[in-house]
Every structure is written in C-alpha cells, then in structure tokens.
Write a protein that binds this ligand. Structure first.
Ligand SMILES: Nc1ncnc2c1ncn2[C@@H]1O[C@H](COP(=O)(O)OP(=O)(O)OP(=O)(O)O)[C@@H](O)[C@H]1O
Ligand SMILES: [Mg+2]
Length: 247
C-alpha cells in the first residue's frame, strides 16, 4: 500500500449509520493523488454517503476521513472551510441556487472563496460554461434548465474553483450519450492536465472504463472490491465480476 503522504483521500475504517440503518461498515479506501476512482454499486449501497463523508457534509460514526494529512471529519469552521476549498463537489441533483441565474451560481463561490478579480471571475465563468456546453445560458435561471443541463451547470460550478480533488456524483445520469461522453472527456482532461484527483460515482459503464484508474465496489455497506479493471474482472466475487462485465 502507498504511504499516507501519497494519498489525496483516505477513508480509514469508516462506519456510518442513520438510526438503525447501517449504511457503511468498516470501509477503508485509500485514493492516491492524481488518480481517478470510480465508485460502483447498486442503488442505496452508500455511494453518495461516501462522497458526502469525503467533504464532511456527513461525519462518520467511527473511523477517519483523511484529506491529505488532515482528518476532515474532526475539523470545524475555518479549518474545515480551508480544506473544503480544495475540493469540488457535484451533487447528484446538481444543487444550484434556485434564485440565481447560471452566471451568478458560478460567480458567487468564486467571490466568496477566492481572491480573483472581477474580470478574472468573468473569464472563468465564461470558460467553464463553454467547457460544459452552456456558453449561451449564463442568464438562464435553474428552473428553466433541463435535468442534464442542471447537472452540467453543477459540474461547471465545481470546476470553476479549480479544485485539487473533484467528487462527482453521477455526472452523466440524465444526459444523452454524446453529452455524457463529452463530460467524460472533460473529467479526463482535468485528471491529465491538472492532475486533479477524481472520485466518480457512476452507473455508466462506458464512462467508468474510460476515466477510472481503479474501481471500488460497495455492496450492502461494505467495500467488497477495490482495484484495476483487470483485477476486478478476475475477482473471486461473482457480484464484482458481473459489475465489470457490464462495463
Ligand atoms: N441523511 C440521511 N438520513 C437518513 N438516511 C440516509 C441519509 N442519507 C442517506 N441515507 C440512506 O443511506 C442509504 C445509502 O444512500 P446513498 O444515497 O449513499 O445511496 P447511493 O448508493 O448513492 O444510491 P443511488 O445509486 O440510488 O444514488 C440509503 O438507504 C439512504 O436512504
Ligand atoms: Mg447516490
């Protein structure tokens, strides 16, 4: 296993329950700097919960969530904000501010969290909206966007902050095949050009194969496999082999 200094994210023996419902059981997942890990598993197995733990929107009941050398689950206020600034997050729903148009949805986090000048912010907004194919939609309100457009807008907002770590929850769900593969290219570009660490929850086998360096499989709250495509294709567990066969 890699030394901890090579790790961007390290879930260490993480357990998470909601009341009686045990969602994650003793999950350990080391993710290296600059690698892309795809998180696979059936609906309700805890993939979104895992991403939310990585940015401390949820806290583990037991275990640690390391971002570099810092246990994000134990940080508060200013320290938490400082570490979160390094992380971009695309929610499964897109999670835009409904009262702001697209342009302002992107500009607001940059105004709050960076020391970019107004012209720099304008340029970044234009650049990332173009990257996700929404260059002409800056003035559009979220309510007037399709589901796929919301998703792309959410991704644009995460990209605008140039995060070291990008956590994306089902980036291509609700998108047509062409747009989905454009989003895959965009993520791949960030990984290669910026060495961004990516954690991608996906049900899209084609995209997973294209982007993922390693694949983590959750099943009933346990991490049942973690490895390269080839390793998982040869895995002893049939569930894992079936999942990879779909990829
Ligand atoms: N805040 C919460 N309070 C209570 N239960 C929750 C909460 N968040 C998630 N859960 C439960 O945890 C389980 C895992 O949810 P999660 O959203 O991580 O699933 P998922 O693997 O992302 O599924 P999908 O593929 O459908 O998005 C579900 O049973 C869900 O109901
Ligand atoms: Mg989910």
């Amino acid at each position: 296993m890699k030394e901890q200094q090579d790790l961007a994210i390290f879930l260490e023996h993480v357990t998470k329950s909601f009341g009686e419902k045990h969602v994650l059981r003793d999950v350990s997942l080391p993710i290296c700097k600059g690698e892309a890990v795809c998180l696979l598993g059936r609906s309700g197995t805890g993939k979104s919960v895992t991403l939310k733990l990585m940015i401390s929107l949820l806290k583990p009941d037991q275990g640690h969530v390391w971002i570099g050398k810092e246990d994000i689950s134990r940080l508060e206020r200013d320290d938490l904000s400082r570490v979160r600034r390094r992380i971009g997050f695309l929610f499964q729903s897109g999670a835009l501010f409904d009262s702001l148009n697209l342009h302002d949805n992107l500009a607001l986090p940059m105004i709050r969290m960076t020391d970019k000048s107004k012209p720099e912010i304008e340029e970044t907004v234009h650049q990332v909206l173009s990257e996700v194919g929404l260059a002409n939609d800056g003035q559009t309100m979220p309510a007037d966007l399709s589901g796929g457009m919301r998703k792309r807008a959410g991704l644009a907002r995460a990209l605008a902050l140039e995060p070291e770590i990008l956590l994306v929850d089902e980036p291509s769900s609700g998108l047509d095949a062409i747009t989905a593969s454009e989003i895959d290219e965009l993520l791949l570009h960030r990984k290669i050009q910026e060495r961004t660490t990516l954690v991608i929850v996906t049900h899209d086998p084609h995209g997973a194969r294209r982007i993922g360096d390693r694949f983590a499989v959750l099943e009933q709250g346990s991490l049942i496999a973690f490895g390269t495509a080839q390793e998982l294709e040869e895995h002893r567990n049939q569930v894992v082999r079936n999942l990879m066969a779909e990829c």
